[in-house]
Design a protein around this ligand. Structure first.
Ligand SMILES: Cc1cc2nc3c(=O)[nH]c(=O)nc-3n(C[C@H](O)[C@H](O)[C@H](O)COP(=O)(O)O)c2cc1C
Length: 205
């Protein structure tokens, strides 16, 4: 029986859901999954109309889950109006899914800049010239803007764009789903109490 088919018991879980998510994320990175950091991010308008898209999970630590994006994009504007999000990660090689729901906080300019510095120059230039999620008349316009920015910053660092940075999902709820060959899958959920402690409950599959 493959390791993951043994299922998930309460005793397998770390009492700390952040450590549990980090452990699963590391195992997914070692599992042969071509993109273990691909994360579906759901947001909603203030009046409750949902939208979802993939982003890259860049960091998990005790403060939450970090991704980077444009604050004037559709997701950025929705998060500004309604600072709550839900995310899901799927790791089929391990028959696992992780879900997190929480509130949102922006990373500081300093933290965003530190990450922006690590990005390849073409990615920096693309972030600089894209008004993400706004319509554009043609691809040629984007390529022209890119070429202009490349020329402008030829001999200098590309500055961190005003509207680009990191966003952290601060979890209120985690769910760890482990598929079982019987289809009687395991689902264990961590819920945060008002005093900040976490309790674990089992959900029906
Ligand atoms: C695997 C994958 C990873 C992605 N990662 C990011 C990301 O980290 N940040 C981002 O802004 N867009 C990312 N995108 C693009 C988004 O899915 C989306 O097209 C874009 O952010 C605009 O979304 P919005 O209009 O809902 O704001 C990714 C797309 C894919 C397929």
């Amino acid at each position: 029986m493959a390791e993951q088919d043994r299922g998930l018991d309460e005793g397998d879980l770390d009492a700390d859901p952040f450590a549990q998510l980090s452990r699963w994320f590391e195992e997914a990175q070692a599992s042969g999954n071509p993109q273990p950091d691909a994360m579906a991010l759901a947001t909603a308008t203030a009046d409750g109309r949902p939208s979802v898209r993939m982003v890259i999970l860049k960091e998990v630590d005790r403060r939450g889950l970090v991704f980077y994006t444009n604050s004037r994009s559709q997701k950025g504007l929705e998060l500004e109006a309604n600072p709550r999000a839900a995310v899901a990660l799927s790791w089929p090689e391990l028959h696992r899914q992780a879900r997190v729901t929480g509130t949102i906080e922006a990373l500081s300019r300093e933290e965003s800049d530190a990450y922006f510095r690590t990005r390849p120059r073409d990615a920096q230039l693309s972030a600089m010239i894209s008004r993400q999620s706004a319509p554009v008349e043609s691809r040629a316009i984007l390529e022209q803007r890119y070429a202009e920015a490349a020329a402008r910053y030829r001999d200098q660092e590309v500055p961190l764009p005003e509207d680009w940075g990191g966003i952290r999902v601060v979890p209120e709820l985690f769910e760890f789903w482990q598929g079982r060959p019987s289809r009687l899958h395991d689902r264990l959920r961590y819920v945060r109490a008002t005093d900040g402690t976490w309790t674990i409950e089992r959900l029906q599959p």
